[in-house]
Design a protein around this ligand. Sequence first.
Ligand SMILES: *Cc1c(COP(=O)(O)O)cnc(C)c1O
Length: 346
Amino acid sequence: MTAATLTIDLEAISDNWHALDALSGDSTATGAVIKANAYGLGVARVAEALRDAGVTSFFVAEAREGLVLRRSVGDDAEIFVFSGHMAGDANLLERANLIPLLNTPAQIARHFQSLPKHPFGIQLDTGMNRLGMEAAEFAALRDDILAAGPALVMSHLACADDPNHPQNAAQLAAFREMTDGIDVRRSLAATGGILLGKEYHFDLTRPGIGLYGGLPFTEARPVVRLSLPVIQTREVRKGETVGYSATWTAERDSIIATLAGGYADGLIRALSGRALLWDDDTPCNLVGRVSMDLLTVDVTDLDDIPETLDILCDMQTVDDLAEMAGTIGYEILTGLGARYKRVYKG
Ligand SMILES: *Cc1c(COP(=O)(O)O)cnc(C)c1O
């Protein structure tokens, strides 16, 4: 069979959630962000595993994701939507009982008009300048908002992956200034914010990447393994080249394996000539260009040619691969393609 196998360790996800939960005190609840199909790993299975681990608050990017999530976690969990209440969302928000995190005065007006009794939260901008109301907008509507009883007030940190960045403390101060003294649950921290310490935790945290084994949660258990089948091997003489544009030249007589998996599967072309493929704990160099469906690997030094080689495993995490390609683990994870056979473990 040609399909590569992506193994997703649900027990590791659950352990990572417990580990992040243990970092905050008893008065802080730990939610889970499962936007973008649970960072590419499959919302249905991941959400069920997290619910079974004890998660009762979930976050998605848009209302349609919330509908899918509602089907897998059942009626009890609360589901927040970061993009808030967009035009045309009312039906979906009501039907799936989703809580929009309202971002603008226009969203507030839309929500109060079309779903007056329906729960909502508020997203504030404390310096990232991406989503949420600014301090002055919030101040102007504060009485109306608080009278309607928001379920949550939240903001998002721009630099939490760097504990020394001065913007962390600045955003914390801005958040406190806007929300201290109001009787509403508060949320500021994603994975990075949890690691910054207790003053960032408030009532509810929102980890995503740390659950899925990525930085900045260095203690995370790896969650994914990606094994690519060997389709063919060939002898390549010293001086011959491999792949598109002939970018790699054999410096010795070599054995080259061609594997199923390419940039159409999220193994981005920037990995060309950089990534390693692993036979258990033995590394082999990816040589030449990554093509759409295939990549080529120098297996000359292996005693036996295995049926598969791993490009993601305990030896090479999503962050290792991301660094080789000049990107971040989030992008590698969410780009993992649709052609893999997905196997859930745990
Ligand atoms: C994606 C996202 C999160 C989760 O962030 P991680 O860095 O993956 O933990 C939390 N809050 C908001 C607003 C987000 O967009």
